[in-house]
Design a protein around this ligand. Structure first.
Ligand code: SF4
Ligand code: SF4
Length: 108
């Protein structure tokens, strides 16, 4: 399975300030029901401009299981389960895909 380095939003912390949406050049983030979401993950360039602007620690980058355009953004593959955090398992975290059964170990 392929993984892409993308932002994940903690819906419990997000205040809907829109700063991350404004910081995203490709416009792949938007507010949905007042909470940031990533409805266009294929266009995410993985360059993390959205992360630094959040004043509420509500968005972070994570390897997310994803199938899409591999010419855009940073991609990795899974070689084995690790003891790292499982993608998408934060409380009410918003990810573009369902979380995987195993946490990824990057093999670049
Ligand atoms: S910058 Fe942070 S708090 Fe503001 S909308 Fe984005 S994730 Fe939510
Ligand atoms: S990593 Fe870059 S392209 Fe992806 S959502 Fe954040 S600002 Fe947008």
């Amino acid at each position: 399975m392929k993984f892409k380095w993308m932002p994940v939003i903690d819906a419990d912390k997000c205040t809907g300030c829109n700063l991350c949406v404004e910081a995203c050049g490709p416009q792949c983030l938007e507010l949905i029901e007042g909470i940031a979401a990533l409805p266009r993950p294929d266009e995410c360039g993985s360059e993390e401009h959205c992360i630094g602007v959040c004043r509420d620690d509500a968005i972070h980058m994570q390897w997310v299981p994803f199938e899409g355009n591999e010419s855009v953004g940073r991609w990795g593959s899974v070689s084995l389960a690790s003891n790292g955090r499982r993608p998408g398992t934060d409380a009410q975290a918003r990810t573009p895909e369902k979380p995987p059964a195993l946490a990824p170990a990057l093999t670049e």
